[in-house]
Design a protein around this ligand. Structure first.
Ligand code: NAP
Length: 281
């Protein structure tokens, strides 16, 4: 199959590596010539161009640009697509985007691979990034079933990812809880630590921070553009989850103020028991 990847960064580059390894012919489309040269030099794609016209050759196209550029990219691509071309995206928010994209291109299937890294760019693209990870597809009632089947086949065979299908709005609510809220909470944790008024204590805390702080601060210390996009494009769901989190902070404060250690023990026990349900193999 001929696959086009528009936007050769972490996700686009990682998809290209796996599709190529699975025997597909991969065309990379980037804004900058330097990205094309890098993609060819590292054998990430079979061909790389800066011109969207070349997309005419592809059977399936993945738009892997930042969320804010996905709609405009689809508009620019449209004149060059064959009616049978399946277009998908990898954006972390789906609601409004999928509705608008489906109106512009009926053969559009929204997608979101649930794998990533704190760093961005083609330099950190990685083969096997999506293996055994969830990959969410968000078809709507107008989406042609053949387009969904074709994508599912590709994702399972070449990426070895686990497919989940859901409504775009359910996707956005779910990712608010497990991806967007954690970024904000983790960022808030780092900022809260910086509130330490004694510089010597702050320096001590920074020196002795170890695996626990590393785990809990990781997503808050990632690329700011990603968190910004989450908040801008999933604002309502993120707000809902942040309010729920604030309520939990209030509950914890109340328990601790009252020195109700039995209530705190039960709270922590319930969290410990619930965590594995979010980390299913
Ligand atoms: P990235 O590494 O920064 O890659 C995005 C690439 O798109 C850049 O390398 C850039 O390449 C190109 N680009 C930037 N602005 C553009 C524009 N205005 N028009 C066209 N191309 C543009 O970012 P990423 O992490 O791969 O994220 C890409 C998409 O994947 C986003 O929609 C994000 O929501 C989604 N996603 C990210 C993760 C994650 O953890 N990072 C996980 C799942 C899904 P050139 O400058 O060379 O053109």
């Amino acid at each position: 199959m001929k696959i086009g990847i528009v936007g050769l960064g972490l996700i686009g580059g990682s998809l290209a590596l796996d599709f190529k390894a699975a025997g597909h012919w991969v065309l990379g489309i980037a804004r900058r010539g330097a990205t094309c040269e890098q993609a060819i030099a590292h054998q990430i794609v079979d061909q790389a161009v800066t011109d969207l016209k070349s997309a005419a050759i592809a059977d399936v196209i993945f738009i892997c640009t930042p969320i804010a550029a996905i709609g405009a990219t689809l508009d620019q691509l449209r004149p060059y697509l064959r009616p049978t071309t399946v277009v998908s995206d990898v954006g972390s928010v789906k609601g409004a985007l999928v509705a608008a994209a489906t109106e512009r291109w009926p053969n559009f299937v929204g997608g979101h691979p649930m794998a990533g890294k704190a760093e961005a760019g083609l330099d950190v693209a990685e083969a096997g990034l999506f293996r055994d990870r969830p990959y969410v597809l968000t078809p709507v009632s107008q989406t042609p079933p053949e387009a969904v089947t074709q994508l599912k086949h590709l994702i399972t065979e070449a990426l070895h990812a686990r497919i989940y299908e859901c409504d775009p709005s359910d996707h956005d609510r779910a990712v608010a809880w497990i991806s967007h809220l954690p970024v904000m909470v983790s960022s808030g944790l780092i900022q809260a630590c910086l509130e330490e008024p004694d510089p010597a204590v702050l320096t001590l805390a920074q020196a002795i921070a170890s695996s626990g702080f590393c785990d809990t601060s990781r997503v808050g210390g990632g690329a700011p553009e990603l968190g910004l996009m989450m908040a801008q494009f999933n604002r309502l769901e993120l707000r809902r989850s942040l309010y729920a989190y604030r309520q939990q902070v209030d509950i914890l404060l109340q328990i601790i103020d009252q020195e109700d250690w039995s209530a705190l023990g039960n709270y922590l026990k319930a969290s410990q028991a619930a965590r594995p349900q979010f980390l299913q193999p």
